[in-house]
Design a protein around this ligand. Structure first.
Ligand code: B12
Length: 251
């Protein structure tokens, strides 16, 4: 079915923008033409997809109000559940469309990721994906593993990719390709951010490689630094009440 992507954008804006998510459209072909064959998505090149990003505000705007809906018995990760609520809202907003959601953590049976969100984020213009090959004079050993890192022009490294939404039945869209902002220029800073992400990711310094407009709140930092098994206990210690349906704010 042919459809201008602006119509879809309008619905997505209502669902995602007030609660701290961003969405960036891309064509499946833009992604497929650069990844290795095993990572290609099995859809026509002109299929419409969106990469979804959580900004620092998502925690307070979407997650904290959502926590009261949690079922105390449910062992799934509360953040994943919260994000799924919003993916569900997208499916409900487009009942006539065939939608596939691929989460950032979805793996094939052989543990290969179903989607490479950093590459998707780059081709959609959301965040520049810096890789070893973006450094001209590379200081590392040939076989040294250097992980690539995406940098958002406003939030640096203080954001998360949450997955892609594919509108399987929307093709032949008018979509202009937007290049991501190349906010780290020159080898020196690129080497720095790649080394920080590969070797010192736990100190979060890669996230501050550029000046940012907003970072994770202290509560959010503590939450994400806590082991998943301990997170429910932590929420309660922060005074965030789990499973109190009566006090649920509409999200
Ligand atoms: C597996 C995985 C890991 C593994 C391996 C890391 C790796 N990069 O291989 C481990 C466990 C080590 C790991 C650790 C971490 N991870 Co991790 N991880 C992933 C995951 C699930 C898949 C990455 C992967 O396997 N890639 C496969 C390789 C082959 O891809 P690639 O190297 O990018 O190669 C492709 C590109 O080069 C592309 N390509 C080719 N040519 C071109 C040209 C251009 C221009 C472009 C753009 C692309 C492109 O094609 C190649 C594939 O064919 C992603 C989420 C996801 N679904 O993508 C998160 C992800 C990369 N991790 C993330 C994070 C934050 C972390 C950690 C900090 C832990 C944490 N707190 O979550 C640490 C930091 C790294 C470290 N030092 O340990 C974030 C990174 C965010 C960012 N700003 O970039 C991601 C995106 C998760 C997310 N939801 O946001 N991770």
């Amino acid at each position: 079915m042919a459809a201008p992507s602006e119509d879809v954008d309008e619905h997505l804006s209502k669902i995602f923008t007030p609660v701290g998510f961003e969405y960036y459209p891309f064509k499946i072909g833009w992604y497929n033409e650069i990844v290795d064959p095993i990572f290609k998505l099995d859809y026509p090149d002109d299929t419409l997809a969106y990469i979804i990003v959580s900004t620092p505000g998502m925690f307070e705007k979407a997650f904290v109000p959502y926590v009261c809906r949690l079922n105390a018995e449910d062992a799934r990760d509360p953040v994943d559940q919260c994000i799924d609520l919003y993916y569900q809202k997208v499916k409900e907003a487009f009942p006539d469309h065939d939608i596939e959601v691929i989460h950032d953590y979805d793996l094939h049976a052989n543990r290969r990721p179903k989607i490479l969100v950093q590459t998707a984020g780059h081709v959609a213009g959301a965040a520049y994906y810096y890789q070893r090959k973006d450094v001209k004079n590379d200081p590392w050993e040939k076989d040294q593993k250097i992980f690539g890192v995406s940098v958002h022009p406003l939030f640096g490294g203080w954001f998360g990719f949450r997955g892609v939404i594919i509108f399987k039945d929307i093709q032949k869209i008018e979509l202009e390709k937007k290049e991501p902002v190349d906010c780290i220029q020159g080898d020196e800073l690129r080497i720095q951010v790649l080394e920080k992400f590969t070797y010192h990711w736990a100190d979060n310094s890669f996230r501050d490689i550029i000046p940012v407009v907003e970072k994770y709140s202290d509560e959010q930092k503590v939450y994400f630094n806590t082991l998943p098994a301990e997170r429910r206990k932590l929420l309660e210690s922060l005074g965030i009440k789990i499973g109190q349906q009566d006090s649920c704010k509409e999200t």
